[in-house]
Every structure is written in structure tokens, then in C-alpha cells.
Design a protein around this ligand. Structure first.
Ligand code: COA
Length: 388
């Protein structure tokens, strides 16, 4: 297998981007990534673009070709990748596989979503498409309500408290406050989270990731090209992808995402690491309970200990394993098709020492964890400063 490096990265500001269309967002992120790689667009041979639902958010389909056109890279092949909120992570994996498998030398992995042009009700219905239409959504389930059920079960089984959930949001907003590209670059207090309006009990407004516009892109290259053009490549040393049932009630457990566990196992085995060796991680905190499940399922703590660990500051910026230094989905924002790529952008900036006020000291190994729906897809990547 070819070794694969990230040689350039870029993202737009996340948020409510009234003045930018889908095309503008992609073009901006793509141009930033190409500029950061310092390469000629002519070197790029293919595009993999994550997008969950431009058709339902803004009436635009045929997003693969649109991305190539927007970045000015037509007529190269451009493929839209869809796996709900894991569309970006899966686009990264498909791009990675295309180089690792020897098909291409240089490709773009991008992600984009434009969610704020429709009302919240329409966004909820569209996101609901990631769940089981027949058995969940038709009966009134929304994503906040599905994750609320996971939270209730976690509280029942392990004694996790609403304050421990809130601690995740407080931490991620603290990190987001140091990220100028975040949707919510401000700190919040535990009291503010606890007093915020109820969305689906026990989840409150400040336990939820927001509705977001945004795009992100990375340039991937094989080893010989990367070493020729780039002084500080970030190597993708492990890539895992797993699936599970769409419906939450069909799962073995409501609080363990087996897809996360499996994707992590595959990615870590390939990278030859254990959870203890990870210096920082971007995990899928679409709701605060999701981060608690993620740190347990990835193996940073034992099952049931995630809530306490979060409240004790085990994943704070200055801790041994900072989690969601970008602000996570909660504070940086969650443009669903772009999130998995944004995670790769953040880890790359961190490993290159370019993360400014939120820089983690001596960051050598990073992990990104991207989930689709309530856990029917999970994609995990391990990144390293060292080529392996
Ligand atoms: N976190 C923090 N602040 C938020 C927020 C969030 N998640 N969502 C909205 N806000 C803020 C808005 O900026 C706005 O502030 P302002 O009055 O100062 O401008 C205020 O709260 C009200 O915003 P509004 O857009 O009216 O909220 P809403 O009720 O329409 O939407 C949610 C709130 C929680 C329902 C919506 O953000 C949501 O559905 N989030 C989950 C998205 C999701 O499911 N993603 C997929 C995960 S699998």
C-alpha cells in the first residue's frame, strides 16, 4: 500500500453564512487547501466530496460535478460521498483508499453543507433521514430525541448526571472561544447550560450542536509527491469504517456504538497504536452525550466513566488527551457533510503546530472520529507526524 499524507488544508468560517452559497463555500475551502499545499491545481487527479443532503437543504443535487466546477478542477473525476453526518469522514477515507491503493497520486477530500436556508423544522426532517424512516422518524423521533434516549439510558446504567453532560459543552465552548473559524467562539458556564431551554430532556439547547453552513478541504498525496512538495506533511496511518443498524432499538446497546468500537480497532491496529498513545482527538459530539459515549467507545476511559472524566477535566485543552480542540461540533459548528473533513483540518493544524491559541504541546498522534446518524456509520482516522 502507498503511504498517504495530508499536504494542504483549509476551511471556511462555520456559521450562518447568508452571503455565501454552496458553491462559494466549496470554492473558498478548496482554494485555501490548494494554496496551503503550494501545488498547482493541475496536479490534482480526483475529488471526493462529503455532502449529506444539498438536495433537501437547498434543492441542489449532482454535487460531485458541482464541487469540481466550483474549485475550477473540471473535468477530473469528482464523487459525492454520503453517509449522513459521517459524509466528510467517509469522503476522507475514500480519498485515502484511492491513493493507498495506487490509483491516484494527489486528490482532494472535501465536505460541504448549507443548512441555514430552511427553517429548523425542515432541518430536523432532513437530518431525520439519517435515522430509520419506517421505525423511528415516521413515529416522531428526531435526532435530539434519539440522543436524549441514549443519554437517559447512560444516566440509568452508569449514574451519569446532567451536570456531567453540561461539562462537555462548557469545555468545547472554551476551546471554540480560541478558534476564530468557530460558529460560537465564546465561553459558556455550567449554569448557562443547565438553565438553557429544553430540547429533548435531558438534552437542552446548549447540549446540542447547532445548524451550520460551512466547508472544509484537505489535499492528500502519496509519499513520493508529499516529500517533494511539503516540509511538514501529516500522515494518515490508520483508517477504519464500520456500520450498524439504522434504528437505535435494534442495537445490542443504546450507550455503546459498536461501529465506533470496530472502526477504532481497525484504525488503531493499522497505525500500530493504543488509545494511550493518542495526543489529541476530535470526536463526534453532535450532542454532549455523544462525546461521553465516544471517549468510552474509543477506549480513552472505561465504559460508564466518561461523564465523570469529562467533569474532572480529563479531556480539557491542557490535559493529557485534549478532545475537540476546535470546539467540536458543539461550538465550532456542524455543517453535517463538512464535519469529518474539518476534524482532519484541525488535527493537521495541531500536528503541524499551527493551531495558535489552542495549540496542544508536543502533539504527534491525533485521532478523528466521525459518526453518521445515531451510530449506523462510524469512521475513524489516525494521523501522525511520523511516516509509518
Ligand atoms: N448551541 C448554542 N446556541 C444555539 C444552538 C446550539 N445548538 N442552536 C441555536 N442557538 C442559538 C442561536 O444562535 C440563537 O441565538 P440568538 O437568539 O442570540 O441569535 C438562539 O440560540 C435561538 O436559535 P434558533 O435558531 O431559533 O434555535 P432553534 O430552536 O431553531 O434550533 C436546535 C435549536 C437545538 C433545535 C437546533 O440547533 C438543532 O436541531 N440542533 C441539532 C442539530 C442536529 O441534530 N444535528 C445532527 C446531529 S446527529
Amino acid at each position: 500500500m502507498e503511504k498517504v499524507a495530508i499536504i494542504g488544508m483549509g476551511m471556511t468560517k462555520f456559521g450562518e453564512c447568508w452571503d455565501k452559497g454552496l458553491r462559494d463555500l466549496i470554492a473558498e475551502a478548496g482554494a485555501k487547501a490548494v494554496t496551503s499545499a503550494g501545488i498547482d491545481g493541475k496536479d490534482i487527479q480526483a475529488i471526493y466530496g462529503g455532502n449529506m443532503s444539498a438536495g433537501r437543504f437547498i434543492g441542489q443535487e449532482h454535487v460531485g460535478a458541482l464541487i469540481a466546477d466550483a474549485i475550477g478542477l473540471s473535468p477530473i473525476p469528482s464523487t459525492r460521498v454520503e453517509a449522513a453526518c459521517a459524509s466528510g469522514g467517509l469522503a476522507l477515507r475514500e480519498a485515502y483508499l484511492s491513493i493507498a491503493g495506487g490509483i491516484y497520486d494527489v486528490v482532494v477530500a472535501g465536505g460541504v453543507e448549507k443548512m441555514t436556508d430552511v427553517y429548523t423544522e425542515q432541518v430536523s426532517l432532513t437530518l431525520g433521514g439519517a435515522g430509520d424512516q419506517e421505525w423511528e422518524v415516521f413515529h416522531g423521533a428526531t435526532f435530539p430525541s434519539l440522543y436524549a434516549m441514549m443519554a437517559r439510558r447512560h444516566m440509568h446504567d452508569y449514574g451519569t448526571t446532567e451536570e456531567q453532560l453540561a461539562a462537555v459543552a462548557v469545555k468545547n465552548h472554551s476551546n471554540g472561544a480560541k478558534n476564530p473559524l468557530a460558529q460560537f467562539p465564546f465561553e459558556i458556564t455550567l449554569e448557562q447550560v443547565m438553565k438553557s431551554s429544553k430540547v429533548a430532556e435531558p438534552l437542552k439547547l446548549l447540549d446540542c450542536s447547532p445548524i451550520t453552513d460551512g466547508a472544509a478541504a484537505v489535499i492528500l498525496a502519496k509519499e513520493s509527491f508529499a516529500k517533494k512538495v511539503c516540509d511538514n506533511p501529516v500522515w494518515i496511518t490508520g483508517s477504519g469504517h464500520a456500520t450498524d443498524t439504522l434504528a437505535l432499538d435494534d442495537r445490542r446497546s443504546m450507550t455503546t456504538l459498536d461501529a465506533t468500537k470496530l472502526a477504532t480497532k481497525v484504525a488503531m491496529k493499522q497505525a500500530g497504536i493504543t488509545p494511550k498513545q493518542v495526543d489529541l482527538a476530535e470526536v463526534h459530539d453532535c450532542f454532549t452525550i455523544a462525546e461521553i459515549c465516544a471517549v468510552e467507545d474509543i477506549g480513552f476511559v472505561k465504559k460508564g466513566e466518561g461523564g465523570k472524566a469529562e467533569a474532572d477535566g480529563m479531556f480539557d485543552l491542557n490535559s493529557d488527551i485534549p478532545v475537540n480542540t476546535s470546539g467540536g461540533l458543539k461550538a465550532c459548528g456542524h455543517p453535517v457533510g463538512a464535519t469529518g473533513i474539518k476534524q482532519a483540518v484541525e488535527i493537521s493544524w495541531q500536528l503541524r503546530g499551527e493551531a495558535d491559541k489552542r495549540q496542544v504541546k508536543d502533539a504527534n498522534i491525533g485521532l478523528a472520529h466521525n459518526v453518521g446518524g445515531s451510530g449506523a456509520t462510524a469512521v475513524v482516522h489516525v494521523f501522525s507526524r511520523e511516516v509509518r
